[in-house]
Design a binder for this molecule. Sequence first.
Ligand SMILES: C[S@@+](CC[C@H](N)C(=O)[O-])C[C@H]1O[C@@H](n2cnc3c(N)ncnc32)[C@H](O)[C@@H]1O
Length: 340
Amino acid sequence: MLRYLRFPYDLLVNGSAYAVLNFLIHKPTPLDEERVWKFITGPEPALRRIVREAWPPSFLRRILLRAKQYQDAALGIQEHYDVSNEFYKLFLDPKFMFYSCADHIRGDETLIEAQTNKANHLLGLIDPKPGEKIVELGCGWASMLRHIEQHTGDRENLEGFTLSKEQAAYIKENFGYRVRLENFVKADYPKEYYDKVYSIAAWEAIRPQENPIILKKIYDALKPGGRFVLHFFSRLTPKLPAAITVSQLFFPGHVPASHPEIVHEFEKAGFRITQMTCHDYRTTLRQWFEAMVARKEEAIKLVGIETYNRYVVFFPASYKYFDDRTGVLFRYVLSKPPIK
Ligand SMILES: C[S@@+](CC[C@H](N)C(=O)[O-])C[C@H]1O[C@@H](n2cnc3c(N)ncnc32)[C@H](O)[C@@H]1O
């Protein structure tokens, strides 16, 4: 009942896409998954697109986002990842449990194969060596930390940050890496301590105004000649797209940086950009969706209908974000210049 009352309010304040998706999420029974997928990702009638993009207008969008940003973004992240480890296990690849874009190079890879491609690509970019001090900002279930340890045989010098209590407990229990249950933006770092710092699918959560602060911290924490590898999506232009309002349904207060702005921030912080590649997120999102739907009964048992419906909407909404080229997944290799 409440969703019928919320719908006109959402329509007026947050726009048509937000209103419809929020209405779907709160359906008291499980959604028809394929119908939702087709509705969100299929061809969009011109009028629907015009309405979706026109309201709320950009000045109102900015006001709404500013209001959302007063909330602690860290709480939104915690909420997202503390759903339940068992739930994520239903749809993430069983080998690594990566919750980040995989690399489908041929196009027909299974999720495990594509995540292995990604892990190997990142390994090449990070280029870890035994004895090097390495930290992952936003380490999830320690997928990449494990891949690095397999390669170097060194676990003592690995460290990770997460905001999720569930992830931290899981890592401690299963792998024993040093994990800081702490916001990496607010954390203190030892000076010129790390050889490599990397972050996979966590920089999206950094608010644009936080970039100079955290980038300076990382720059100072790296040894001269150190390396910083990032994998995250950003929007292609500084203009705030309509889709930003929709993403508030899943990550309140979330405003991904724009690609031109972030590149500028990297250089302003003193880094040299030595590599930059872009990757296609869409197949990964579809594979997660299919894997979750295949285990629907278990998923609902674990998280309930509302959270299940939220993910039934989240995956195609994210697919659409990339399909429209509103956002693109980039990997960057940044280097701190060595002492001359
Ligand atoms: C999408 S998951 C990616 C996890 C992992 N890197 C992977 O590729 O599977 C994002 C991770 O970043 C963490 N995270 C996001 N923002 C953070 C912050 N400000 N401080 C600490 N951890 C953060 C979350 O807790 C979560 O572990």
